[in-house]
Ligand binder design. Structure first.
Ligand code: COA
Length: 185
């Protein structure tokens, strides 16, 4: 599959913070910013893959400054690296004070999107070609982040199902937990 440069996926997304998105202090809810990051990330992923994508994971997200109602939330996103069916997208969020024009970086996030074919199966996507030193740095670092998140995924896999045991009527996971406890005693 022929690669595509990072610049082809670069995207911008913006939204004016309105009262519906506010908490009791008049600041935009963190969940709203997370939603916008997902949207901006999906845009870059779609531009790269040119097929439907789903969000597989979102890495840690911090909020450095509050976003006030009436301010503009600006997001920039691009594909950092493609693995096989998945890709890491970086999203950077700024808040712009429309009265002064001042912009402040408020959050960054890494999201993983997976490309899905017409039968709902994961499908391979073209590699991304980093060109600038910044893109190359992000490309290199994305591999370490992937290893970390796949390790987290492995550890967070459910160890038991909540199905009822046909023999006892107990919830299976309770049975297994008791078994685990017995083993550790
Ligand atoms: C993400 C999803 C497609 C993965 O499906 P799966 O059957 O587990 O597929 P696989 O294990 O083969 O993984 C497919 C790819 O996703 C990656 N992946 C899966 N879970 C991941 C995670 N938590 N973090 C990062 N990458 C992940 C795998 O590494 C693999 O990438 P690669 O092909 O580039 O190596 C599936 O779990 C899903 O559909 N989840 C729901 C997505 C959704 O609806 N999101 C919206 C929020 S509700």
């Amino acid at each position: 599959m022929q690669g595509k440069p990072v610049r082809e996926s670069q995207s911008e997304y913006s939204e004016l913070a309105l009262p519906n998105d506010a908490n009791v202090l008049g600041h935009v809810l963190g969940g709203k910013v997370m939603h916008l990051a997902d949207m901006a990330g999906a845009l870059a992923a779609l531009r790269h893959a040119r097929c439907p994508v789903v969000t597989a994971s979102v890495d840690h997200m911090s909020f450095l400054h509050p976003v006030h109602i009436g301010q503009l939330i600006l997001l920039r996103s691009s594909v950092n690296r493609v693995f096989r069916t998945s890709m890491e997208v970086g999203v950077k969020v700024w808040v712009e004070d429309l009265k002064t024009g001042e912009r402040r970086h408020t959050s960054s996030a890494y999201l993983t999107f997976v490309a899905i074919d017409g039968d709902g199966k994961c499908m391979g996507i073209p590699p991304v070609i980093p060109e600038t030193p910044e893109e190359k740095r992000r490309y290199d670092e994305a591999l370490q982040r992937r290893e970390y998140r796949l390790e987290l995924r492995k550890r967070s896999k459910p160890r038991a199902s909540p199905l009822k045991s046909p023999a006892t009527g107990d919830l299976e996971w309770e049975t297994r937990r008791q078994g685990d406890a017995a083993k550790s005693n």
